[in-house]
Write a protein that binds this ligand. Structure first.
Ligand code: BG6
Length: 519
C-alpha cells in the first residue's frame, strides 16, 4: 500500500498467540527515509509479525520529506536486516499491505493535516482503532516542530481510549539546558506516561538480565556492596570507527553518544537498590537515585584530568586493513578536539557503594567489540597458602563478568587447586553462555522495545528525571573539558586504531594500584 491506497483484509487478525498481545494500533515513523527505519525499526516489526506478537489490527505509516518508494524499500530492508529473513511472501502480503507513506515537511502544518486524514483511512481499513505510536526518529532539530505540530493538529489523544504514545530517539538533548527545554516541549503536549525515551541498550537481553541475575538469585545480592566488592569496570569497546557519520560525531563525541545514555543506563541497573516491583515507576525511581548519588566531578580545568581521560584514535588497523585517524575522517574538523574515547573514575556515594570506584571506558576503533561489566571482589583477608620460596599464593581476586555483547554470557573467575601433591591455586572460570544454555538467538533490542511501547510498558525506557539527572552530571564534565580546552593548545591524547586505548587511561587506574581488565 502506498499513498492513501488501502487494503481492508488483514489476515494478521487470525491465529495470534502469546500473553503479551498489544491492542490494535498504527505506528507512525517520522524519519522514515533514515537508516534506523531501514536497519532496525521495520525489520524488528516484521520479526514481531513473524512471531505473531503484533496486534490484530496493525499498520505502519512512514513520514519523511522526500517522495520515496517506501514499501519496496522496506521489503528490501527486511530481506537484508531482519532477524527472521528472507521475507516470507505469504506474510509479506499481509504485513506489507499495511505499510503506507506520507511525504511532507516536518515544519509544515499541512503535512499533519494530510497525516490526520490518512490515519483515519488507515483506522477504517486496518482496524487500528485510533491508537497511535508516533516514533520520532529524525535529526534532533525536528523533535520540537514534530511534537508541536502533532499537538496542534489534534493528533495526540490524552485519553486512554484511543491512546497515543510517542517514542523519542536519542539524543534527548546535548546538555542539561537543551534536555530540559526538550522535556518541557514534550510535557506541553503529552503526559509523562505517554513519552517513551528510547535507549536501545535497555532492550538488549543481557542488559535486562542484570536485573534477573541480581534479584532472582539468592547468592549474589548479599555480596553486591562495598564490603565485598573492590571495584567495578564498565567497558563498551567498539571496533568500528565513526562509519561515515563524521558530521554528527564531531558535534557529539563519546560522552554524549555512549556514556550519558547507554552506559549510565546499565550502570544504574548494576548499582541500584531492589525496586519494590518490576514496574515502570518503581524501576525509574531506583535508577534516578543512583544518578543522584554520583559524586560530582570537579569542573575546573586543572582537576578534571584526575578523573577523566579523553582521547582520539589515530591511524591504525582494523582486521588487518589500514584505517585513517579520526581527524582524517570525512566530516571531522582537522583540528577537532572531540573525543572518540573516554575513561572515567566515578563514585556512587551511598551506603551500598561507599568507596568503590566505578571505572568506565568507551571508545571507537578499539581492539575488539566488547561490552561488559566486570566486578572485582576483595581479596581474602589472609593468605593460607605459600609457595616453595615463601611467596603468598591465592591472592588473585574473584571476578564476575557480565558479558553484554558479543558472546553474551556470564563468567566467574575463582581459584582452584591444580591437581598434584602440592597446593597451588590457579584461576579457573565458571561459564554461562546464552547460546549453549538456551539454544536460541536473543531477540533484537528494538523488537522488545517496540512491543513494550505498544503494550504501554515503559519499564525499559527512561523517565524525564533520569535523563535530566544524567545530563546534569555529564554537563558538568563537558564544562570542565571546555574550560580545559580554552587553555589547551596540544591535541587530545591519541591511541592507535585497533588498540585498547591511550596510556593516560592506564595511568588513571595505575594511580589507584589497579589495571583494566583485558576482556
Ligand atoms: C548508538 C551510537 O547509539 O549505539 C553508535 O550512536 C554506536 O555510535 C551504537 O555505535 C552502538 O550500539 P550497539 O547496539 O551496536 O552496541
Amino acid at each position: 500500500m502506498s499513498g492513501t491506497e488501502l487494503h481492508s483484509e488483514n489476515p494478521l487478525r487470525e491465529g495470534l498467540v502469546g500473553e503479551r498481545q498489544p491492542e490494535p494500533c498504527a505506528m507512525v515513523i517520522f524519519g522514515a527515509s533514515g537508516d534506523l527505519t531501514k536497519r532496525k525499526l521495520v525489520p524488528a516489526l516484521y520479526t514481531l509479525a513473524r512471531e505473531r506478537l503484533l496486534p490484530a489490527g496493525f499498520a505502519i505509516v512512514g513520514v519523511a520529506r522526500r517522495e520515496i518508494p517506501f514499501v519496496e524499500q522496506m521489503r528490501e530492508a527486511v530481506n537484508k536486516y531482519a532477524r527472521r529473513r528472507p521475507v516470507d511472501p505469504g506474510l509479506w502480503s499481509t504485513f506489507g499491505s499495511g505499510i503506507s507513506y506520507v511525504a511532507g515537511n516536518f515544519d509544515d502544518p499541512a503535512t499533519y493535516e494530510r497525516l490526520k486524514s490518512h490515519l483515519e483511512a488507515v483506522d477504517a481499513a486496518r482496524g487500528t482503532r485510533g491508537n497511535r505510536v508516533f516514533y520520532i526518529s529524525t535529526p534532533p532539530e525536528s523533535f520540537e516542530p514534530i511534537l508541536q505540530n502533532l499537538g496542534r493538529a489534534g493528533l495526540i489523544s490524552r485519553s486512554e481510549h484511543p491512546w497515543t504514545r510517542v517514542i523519542i530517539e536519542k539524543p534527548f538533548g546535548r546538555d542539561l539546558a537543551s534536555a530540559e527545554a526538550l522535556n518541557k516541549v514534550c510535557l506541553n503536549v503529552l503526559r509523562e506516561d505517554q513519552i517513551y525515551r528510547i535507549d536501545h541498550y535497555l532492550g538488549k537481553e543481557t542488559v535486562q538480565n542484570i536485573l534477573v541475575f541480581r534479584f532472582a538469585n539468592g547468592i549474589f545480592e548479599p555480596l553486591w556492596n562495598h564490603k565485598y566488592i573492590d571495584n567495578v569496570q564498565l567497558t563498551v569497546a567498539e571496533a568500528i570507527g565513526i562509519e561515515g557519520r563524521g558530521n554528527y560525531y564531531d558535534q557529539s563525541g563519546t560522552l554524549r553518544d555512549m556514556v550519558q545514555n547507554h552506559i549510565f543506563q546499565f550502570m544504574c541497573l548494576m548499582a541500584m537498590e531492589p525496586p519494590v516491583a518490576f514496574e515502570p515507576n518503581a524501576v525509574h525511581d531506583e535508577k534516578v537515585k543512583v544518578l543522584r548519588a554520583l559524586r560530582e566531578l570537579p569542573s575546573d580545568a586543572g582537576s578534571i584530568a584526575d578523573w577523566t581521560v579523553r582521547a582520539q584514535y589515530g591511524s591504525g588497523y582494523d582486521k588487518g586493513q589500514p584505517v585513517p585517524g579520526y581527524r582524517e575522517e570525512t566530516g571531522v574538523r582537522p583540528d577537532s578536539r572531540t573525543e572518540t574515547y573516554v575513561a572515567l573514575k566515578l563514585f556512587v556515594d551511598n551506603f551500598r557503594w561507599a568507596g568503590v570506584p566505578f571505572y568506565v571506558r568507551a571508545g571507537k576503533r578499539m581492539a575488539k567489540r566488547v561490552s561488559e561489566i566486570a566486578i572485582t571482589f576483595k581479596n581474602v583477608p589472609h593468605t593460607l597458602f605459600k609457595g616453595p620460596s615463601g611467596a603468598q599464593l591465592g591472592r588473585d581476586p574473584n571476578v564476575l563478568a557480565l558479558r553484554i555483547q558479543p558472546d553474551e554470557g556470564i563468567n566467574l573467575k575463582f581459584l582452584s587447586k591444580v591437581p598434584g601433591p602440592t597446593i597451588e591455586p590457579r584461576p579457573v572460570t565458571m561459564d554461562f553462555r546464552y547460546g549453549s544454555s538456551f539454544g536460541t538467538e536473543p531477540p533484537e533490542a528494538y523488537e522488545r522495545l517496540l512491543l513494550d511501547c505498544m503494550l504501554g510498558d515503559s519499564t525499559l525506557f527512561t523517565r524525564g528525571d533520569e535523563v535530566l539527572e544524567s545530563w546534569r552530571f555529564c554537563t558538568r564534565m563537558l564544562d570542565g573539558w571546555a574550560a580545559a580546552d580554552e587553555s589547551a593548545t596540544a591535541a587530545l591524547p591519541s591511541y592507535e586504531a585497533g588498540s585498547w586505548g591511550p596510556k593516560e587511561a592506564d595511568d588513571l587506574l595505575s594511580r589507584d594500584g589497579r589495571v583494566w581488565r583485558k576482556p
